[in-house]
Unconditional design. Structure first.
Length: 218
């Protein structure tokens, strides 16, 4: 029997468009601390390396000192609006339904696990992923771009890096796949795509402009 193929997805900017809710929570905190709000586009460029890094970047962009309780306050604001506007990208449920019968599916995100699970349930994507194959950034493995989480998912799925894909919208996802020796696919429709180096994109790296285009690369 040939090895199973694992397809792991990033969450924010890949499975779901969460940029507005993240922006609103970050701006709630900035305004409460006396700063002006930042644009949704600016906040979107800061997403990908975990909430602590996002907030540090937001305060730096606002030329404000980072309060010691900034992360906890941001998470509290965000928890109250976690799925106010967040939705699955168009075509994603249909893609996952097609993949679910053919591949092992997983989620690998730097977002905390509890929030990840809540979002997946709210946008009706949770049924496509086994609970044990959903990894958040606050689990036992280092955050992306460290490859440990992706390799652990492959092991849980009973496969290896050579038969693993990581689909994501940011350079962090690409770096993670490279470090693991896995395949990468770039979601150009996501809000983290802006950071991709042109050299990587011109080297034949699979790039998709909508979710169903992934099928052609598998």
């Amino acid at each position: 029997m040939p090895p199973l193929t694992l397809i792991a997805f990033d969450l924010d900017g890949t499975l779901v468009d969460s940029r507005r809710d993240i922006t609103d929570a970050a701006n709630d905190l900035l305004v409460a601390c006396g700063a002006g709000p930042l644009s949704e586009e600016a906040i979107g460029r800061m997403v990908g390396d975990g909430a602590a890094t996002l907030i540090a970047r937001a305060f730096a962009a606002a030329s404000m000192p980072l309060p010691p309780d900034a992360l906890a306050r941001f998470l509290a604001y965000y928890d109250r609006r976690l799925v106010a506007h967040t939705r699955a990208y168009a075509g994603m449920p249909e893609l996952l339904a097609w993949l679910h019968d053919r591949y092992v599916l997983a989620v690998l995100t730097n977002k905390p696990l509890a929030a990840t699970r809540q979002i997946l349930a709210a946008v009706a994507l949770a049924p496509y992923f086994e609970s044990r194959l959903v990894f958040g950034g606050d689990g036992p493995h280092p955050r992306k771009p460290d490859p440990a989480g992706l390799l652990a998912l492959a092991a849980l799925a009973g496969t290896d890096a050579a038969h693993t894909w990581l689909v994501g919208d940011s350079v962090v996802d690409w770096q993670t796949a490279q470090a693991a020796g896995a395949h990468a696919c770039v979601a150009r429709y996501g809000f983290g795509f802006h950071s991709f180096p042109a050299a990587a994109l011109s080297s034949g790296l699979p790039v998709i402009d909508r979710p169903d285009e992934l099928i052609a690369f598998l």
